[in-house]
Design a protein around this ligand. Structure first.
Ligand code: ADP
Length: 545
């Protein structure tokens, strides 16, 4: 027997029309090079309607890929809705990628148009002759003092909008499985791979940002997504905010910790989200700002060190809300919100829980699998294995089936490449990525765990641990440490600090002091770069363990 409910598509037009109808008076604020722009959603929605017509006028195909090369701004949000609501596919290009990767990605996705912030033109324009499918470049003038090329392919965003008639009526996407947006993985191994989100997956994933045991976005919230809109759709925050009716504050091009903190203070932001690097940079400046309105700092993308979360709790009373996921999981898969069974714990134990990646959110299934034998591992907080994920916003395959068959199991689960243990209540503790694990004498050392312990040292600003070759043990850990400004630290002090905290055979064989941990295009530690730098590393002399 079938249920007798209406079969209505889960599609982004609903999110648009809901925002337009119910939240027209709410604001979208964008920090600009010269100040700030604020716009009521009613006006923003009219611009989305005009933009929908612009895409037709430019001759973008029925399911054409609409590239964006933009900061986090209200105008970027216009594209976030206009493209999928007209059944085109929003393709957010990562502005921090190497030129060859950008060219590869835009060609692979067959972008027909790229909307580019004027300040970012110098990064994009040198590549145009290599972008085979792009017919139009639409410059969004963000006030940057950058020459606009005199070229027939170049258009001005505001001129196009002004000349366009607004689309009338309701947008309709009949099939909820229609592609809505795409993002490429950052290609740590091999070529980047395209992940294609559907309307259905985007809508369901947005709902997750509204649940009480998650970020709990509500109409009363003021939300500032620091995480870039080109990084897995800013973790779903833009659509989530429109759905909930939250006020949105976009940081625009100035992403310095100082600028972010000033915006958080000025707009009494209640929820923000970004990778740990951002929050590490802002930590020394917290005392200068009144962040009393802030209730949630969503943090993920790489492991959130317990010490970082605790520093925030001590300074402003708000620890990090740890979340885990990847481009292939839309990205939210787990969140570490406190549960009732944590209430009886000591503050120190609760801090340990917060350092975990958390429990799978509703509709996401996880399993722990031994990568060698393929056997399911128990959730006993000790056994480790690769996490595999399944759910309605988890990728089933890559765009054009490329390069990633191995990443999906024959029974339809995603192999995440992340190694973890899981406790009996389902709280995940990520140990490492399979490719970053250090294999010492047949046993694994988790680089993430080790670097978190090092970063707990008050004189350490950042630390990354990589494997270096070893004659006897095959691989041993090398700690690359950045000393906090104005402090001094020796290798022995680092080792002594670690001694009571980790197993003896986990102690690094060497400690290198570096100026800065190199970062990837989305602000994560680039261990690949460190491995290249220290590839032929010879341990100078044994550190006494
Ligand atoms: P890329 O895979 O190219 O780095 P993603 O942004 O998709 O791009 O990265 C996903 C990966 O980031 C995960 O597989 C995991 O290794 C890491 N990651 C994300 N969130 C966390 C977290 N909270 N703790 C530890 N690692 C994380």
């Amino acid at each position: 027997m079938l249920g007798l409910m209406q079969d209505r598509p889960l599609a982004l037009p609903h999110v648009f029309h809901r925002a337009e109808q119910y939240f027209g008076h709410k604001s979208i604020i964008t920090a600009t090079a010269t100040g700030e722009s604020a716009m009521p959603i009613s006006q923003w929605a009219q611009r989305v309607r005009r933009l929908a017509t612009v895409l037709d006028t430019l001759g973008i195909s029925a399911d054409g890929r609409v590239g964006t090369f933009c900061w986090n701004t209200g105008r970027h949000l216009e594209l976030y809705l206009a493209a999928p609501c007209t059944k085109r596919v929003l393709h957010t290009l990562n502005i921090r990628l190497f030129p060859e990767q950008l060219v590869y990605i835009a060609n692979h996705a067959e972008d027909e148009v790229v909307f580019v912030d004027r300040s970012l033109l110098p990064l994009l324009w040198p590549l145009v002759d290599k972008l085979d499918t792009v017919r139009h470049y639409v410059v969004i003038d963000d006030g940057a003092d950058v020459a606009i090329p005199d070229d027939p392919r170049v258009h001005d965003y505001e001129e196009l909008l002004a000349a366009a008639e607004p689309f009338e009526g309701r947008f309709v996407v009949e099939d909820e499985n229609t592609a809505a947006a795409m993002c490429y993985t950052s290609g740590t191994t091999g070529n980047p791979k395209g992940v294609v989100y559907s309307h259905r997956s985007a809508v369901l994933h947005s709902l997750i940002s509204l649940i009480a045991d998650g970020a709990a976005l509500s109409e009363r919230d003021v939300v500032l997504p620091v995480v870039p809109m080109f990084h897995a759709n800013a973790w779903g925050l833009p659509y989530g905010c429109l759905m909930a009716g939250s006020t949105i504050v976009f940081p625009g091009p100035n992403m310095t910790p100082q600028a972010i903190l000033s915006l958080l203070e000025k707009h009494k932001v209640t929820i923000t989200g970004g990778v740990p690097t951002i929050w590490m940079g802002a930590l020394p400046l917290l005392a200068d700002h009144d962040l009393s309105a802030l209730r949630t700092i969503l943090c993920g993308g790489s492991a959130v060190p317990k010490s970082l979360s605790e520093s925030y709790r001590e300074a402003i009373g708000v620890p990090m809300l740890h979340a885990w996921g990847m481009t292939e999981t839309s990205p939210i898969a787990t969140m570490s919100t406190a549960r009732s069974h944590h209430d009886s714990m000591s503050e120190a134990e609760r801090a340990d829980v917060r350092a975990r990646q958390g429990q799978a959110v509703p509709l996401v299934d996880l399993r722990l699998v031994d990568p060698g034998s393929g056997e399911a591992q128990p959730w006993d907080d000790t056994a480790t294995g690769e996490i595999q994920a399944a759910g309605p916003w988890i990728a089933a395959e890559y765009y054009r089936g490329e390069g990633g068959g191995a990443q999906f199991t024959s029974d339809g689960w995603l192999r995440t490449g992340d190694v973890a243990s899981i406790d009996s209540t389902g709280f995940v503790r990520l140990v490492d990525r399979t490719k970053d694990l250090i294999k010492s004498g047949g046993e694994w050392i988790g680089s993430v765990e080790l670097e978190n312990e090092i970063m707990a040292h008050p004189k350490v600003a950042e630390a990354a641990v990589i494997a270096i070759p070893h004659e006897k043990w095959v691989e041993r850990p090398l700690a690359c440490v950045v000393v906090a400004p104005g402090e001094t630290l020796t290798a022995d002090e680092v080792i002594e600090f670690l001694r009571p905290r980790v197993a003896k055979w986990w102690l690094p064989d060497a400690v290198e002091f570096i100026e800065e941990v190199p970062k990837t295009s989305v602000g994560k530690f680039s261990k690949k770069t460190l491995r290249e730098k220290f590839g032929g590393y010879q341990v100078a002399g044994p550190i006494e363990h």
